[in-house]
Design a binder for this molecule. Structure first.
Ligand code: UTP
Length: 406
């Protein structure tokens, strides 16, 4: 892209201020800035503005309960293990987040939750995946999504720890795409005179980023048909769980979600439901009193199951929605940037917007979804905060209850 083309693109999008310091830059800086302008999706900001906010008609979805799973567990496990043994199932670890609530400078997975020895979050996840590797007697491909902000640190950590005993050739790293950050008026902020302020584009970007990185070749070459996607921060997370995989395949679903029975209707997890007849997830803050109070035919809460960010998707179903736009979520954030005078600013309060897409919105694009109930105490120990709810402390307690030495 030439300077003139960049100027035209910026002008049309109302972002001409991005070129304010252009003349002060050396040749390398000029080249970098023009490249960034070329590669940045300006339309996204407009799209976020004009988005439809109305939701469709929400109705309950039927979950497969623990009792139903127990009745057919052996058969589901057999079907799941068969698919895993054929190499049809891979795992995708979402580790591109910033982990701001935990407040560590390092990627969240590098957090050590050990007490008497080192036990890193990444290590816990690999240990759990190894249970399946042993049961299936074959390694499972593991794709790890990082971001521009933590890619090298994450990769170096895995090398240093020798992948916690996992076979290196089955681990594939890829970077998620970045999105521009703006002030509250939608003007893109500059991080430096030659650099736009950007942030990871949210966990909904995982499949597009996986394909943009060229790993679709590996998926097809290896005959991978299912991707089990999960969050980094649940230290009891069970990936490629043969029973979950088997139940989804046996029921001829194109996707599945691990869900927990909510403790109260207000619990801060997304609730799985149907929206205009398709699977969908309503965030806890969107759940109306009417939905919270609704009961099913057994008198139990009709919207009783929350998602834990552990989804299974059929690859061909994902490929069909590869170019479908996901809802953009606009979040207020503290964004380090430079001001009009070119001086660095490190804001104490939010000074702008970050734009994210969320994986939970992908569920709504699926034809169907199996909500698969898990035992909360055995599989759900998220670490979001340093102390209190969903913290290192609460996760340690749950690890202990499950006989995991820390
Ligand atoms: P969270 O929504 O908890 O975000 O991510 P976070 O960035 O880790 O933490 P906070 O909100 O800043 O405290 C849920 C999962 O999605 C991944 C995270 O790494 C985590 O596994 N994620 C989130 C990404 O991979 N990319 C993103 O852009 C955002």
């Amino acid at each position: 892209m030439t300077y003139q083309e960049a100027e035209k693109k910026c002008k049309e999008a109302g972002q001409l201020h991005l070129l304010k310091f252009y003349e002060e830059l050396d040749d390398e800086g000029k080249h970098r800035l023009i490249k960034e302008i070329e590669l940045t999706d300006f339309d996204m900001i407009k799209r976020a503005d004009g988005q439809e906010q109305e939701r469709g008609k929400i109705t309950p979805i039927k979950a497969m309960t623990r009792e139903e799973i127990w009745e057919n567990e052996d058969q589901y496990r057999k079907v799941g293990l068969e698919a895993i043994r054929k190499g049809e199932v891979a795992a995708v670890l979402l580790a591109g987040g910033m982990g701001t609530r935990l407040g560590s400078d390092n990627p969240k997975g590098m957090y050590d939750i050990g007490i008497t020895k080192e036990v890193y979050i990444f290590q816990r996840l690999i240990e759990n995946l190894m249970d399946v590797v042993r049961a299936a007697d074959r390694y499972i491909h593991l794709f790890i999504m990082t971001s521009d902000k933590n890619h090298e640190t994450t990769m170096d950590f895995f090398e240093e720890k020798e992948c916690f005993g996992y076979k290196r050739e089955y681990i594939h790293f890829f970077k998620q795409d970045m999105a521009p950050a703006t002030d509250f008026d939608g003007k893109i902020l500059l991080e430096k005179k030659d650099k736009l302020a950007t942030s990871p584009n949210g966990n909904g970007g995982w499949f597009g980023s996986l394909y943009n990185s060229g790993l679709d070749f590996c998926i097809h070459e290896e005959g991978i048909k299912w991707l089990n996607v999960f969050a980094v921060d649940n230290v009891l997370q069970r990936m490629a769980d043969p029973v979950f995989v088997g139940a989804t395949i046996a029921g001829e679903y194109v996707s599945g979600s691990k869900v927990i029975r909510k403790v109260t209707p207000e619990e801060k997890v997304g609730t799985i439901c149907l929206e205009d007849g398709r699977p969908s997830i309503v965030e806890y803050y969107e759940l109306t009193d009417e939905l919270k109070d609704a009961k099913d035919e057994k008198g139990e809460p009709a919207y009783n199951f929350g998602v834990i960010l552990n989804y299974l998707f059929r690859v061909d179903a994902l490929e069909q929605i590869l170019t479908s736009p996901l809802t953009l979520h606009v979040v207020d954030k503290k964004i380090p940037c430079i001001n009009e005078e070119g001086q660095e600013v490190h804001p104490e309060t939010p000074n702008g917007h970050k734009y994210e897409t969320l994986i939970l919105d992908m569920v709504h694009l699926m034809e169907n979804n199996l909500p698969f109930e898990i035992e909360r105490e055995k599989e759900f120990a998220p670490i979001k905060n340093k102390t209190g709810v969903d913290s290192v402390e609460s996760a340690r307690e749950l690890c202990k209850k499950n006989g995991i030495q820390l």
